[in-house]
Design a protein around this ligand. Structure first.
Ligand SMILES: Cc1cc2nc3c(=O)[nH]c(=O)nc-3n(C[C@H](O)[C@H](O)[C@H](O)COP(=O)(O)OP(=O)(O)OC[C@H]3O[C@@H](n4cnc5c(N)ncnc54)[C@H](O)[C@@H]3O)c2cc1C
Length: 382
């Protein structure tokens, strides 16, 4: 094994180059640490998502990387999001976004972030390397590639490998919990009628509560269209999520009309969302989990990119403290979990409650829509 690891001894190994991994890498750029960023894909790569890049991600990236705004201005393939309209039972509520937010395909946005890490930092990049195993070493871990003989020796691991990665299972022993997991599908459509470039749309249907259907506009008259439901309900009600996606359009006269001129581009693709409604331990001796690997998706909105970036930022701050104090113990690293909980724990819990209980009851949805029309609720949502 030694011959393979001689050149691959790192202080920090980040597994996964999505928003969480790239945020961590950017935040460690001036640390003086030897950092590896590994991804199983060669970028640009797709990631099944709604492609809505939330304000929290943009704000956080600006904090991590001061010239982020200038870089973002060069990303051509994005649309500014100014509002979200919600539709239920012939009622509509529209909320304005206060923070700077965008839509951009993950193919484009993730490649944009990854390119900044590649070209503007000293972080060492390993693309097309899938991690298949992690074993303990004297000073941390050995990280073993599945598809090559490369072995990385590292003091710390940052797990940023998303919902189907290895770190959450291997280091923290996580399994999917259907009560805190959404099953979801999405497809790209061209030429949907009456889509406003600056407005994302969300639809509810009594049959599918607490799930929802979305239309998020992208560049060139293409939209990201998707549908998601709590996995517990999908299993209990024996719902076929792909069939339900098309059924959702068929059941709504307004959607049927909108989709008349539309053409689906490519396949309907599925992927799960690990929700932050159940707070789990996100760290241990020599490791930290971030983003989807740490189950940080907002249960109410399905938004996870913002929390992925925020957790990457906090993980990097904790890494710096670990190296400064030469302390890599679970006890010391727990400060990361605590800080993250302080920042978003209450919000995730509250939104988990809203998803599980309130949105199942059409009365509350109707009430929410009535309140939404008044300035009372808008005050809180903005
Ligand atoms: C249908 C759907 C719609 C969504 N819509 C939105 C939305 O509109 N807005 C929003 O904010 N969030 C949305 N989300 C959530 C969002 O996609 C995630 O929260 C976000 O991608 C998490 O980022 P991440 O960096 O943690 O993980 P990811 O983006 O999943 O990145 C993980 C990376 O790790 C790599 N990797 C995985 N395993 C390995 C391995 N063994 N070895 C090496 N590399 C590995 C992968 O190739 C990938 O590049 C949606 C999710 C789904 C499923």
């Amino acid at each position: 094994m030694k011959s393979h690891i001689d050149n691959n001894m790192f202080d920090v190994t980040i597994i996964g180059a999505g928003p969480a991994g790239c945020a961590t890498a950017l935040a460690l750029q001036d640390s003086g640490l030897r950092v590896a960023l590994i991804d199983k894909h060669i970028f640009p790569r797709d990631k099944v998502c709604g492609d809505a890049i939330p304000g929290r991600a943009i704000t956080c990236l600006k904090e991590i990387y001061p010239s982020f705004s200038q870089e973002l201005a060069l990303l051509d393939k994005k649309l500014v999001t100014k509002s979200t309209a919600c539709f239920y039972n012939n009622k509509t509520v529209e909320f304005n976004w206060v923070q700077e937010a965008y839509t951009s395909t993950r193919m484009d946005f993730d490649n944009f972030l990854f390119s900044i890490v590649k070209t503007k930092t000293q972080v060492e990049i390993f693309e097309g390397i899938e991690i298949g195993d992690i074993t303990k070493s004297e000073n941390g871990f050995y990280v073993h590639a599945r598809n090559s003989k490369i072995v990385f020796a590292t003091i710390m691991i940052i797990g940023a490998d998303g919902i189907n990665g290895i770190t959450a299972k291997k280091l923290a022993g996580y399994q999917i919990d259907r009560k805190h997991h959404v099953a979801s599908v999405r497809a790209y459509y061209k030429n949907i009628d009456d889509v406003k470039e600056t407005r994302t749309e969300i639809y509810f249907d009594k049959k599918y509560l607490p799930g929802y259907f979305w239309i998020f506009p992208l560049k060139d008259n293409v939209s990201n269209v998707g549908f998601g439901m709590l996995s517990e309900d999908v299993a209990q009600k024996k719902i076929n999520i792909k069939k339900s996606f098309y059924d959702f359009i068929e059941r709504s006269p307004a959607l049927k009309e909108k989709f008349k001129p539309a053409e689906q581009e490519g396949k309907l693709m599925g992927c799960g969302l690990p929700l932050g409604s159940k707070w789990v331990s996100m760290s241990g001796d020599n490791f930290i989990l971030t983003g989807d690997a740490a189950s940080l998706i907002d249960p109410a909105s399905g938004s996870g990119i913002g929390n992925a970036v925020l957790s990457g930022k906090l993980a990097a701050e904790q890494v710096l403290k670990c190296f400064a104090e030469k302390n890599f113990s679970a006890n010391f690293i727990k400060a990361y979990d605590k800080k993250l909980y302080k920042m978003i724990g209450a919000e995730l819990k509250r939104n988990g409650f809203a998803l599980k209980y309130l949105s199942r009851i059409p009365f509350f949805i109707n009430l929410g829509f009535s309140l939404g029309k008044s300035n009372f609720l808008k005050k809180f949502v903005k």
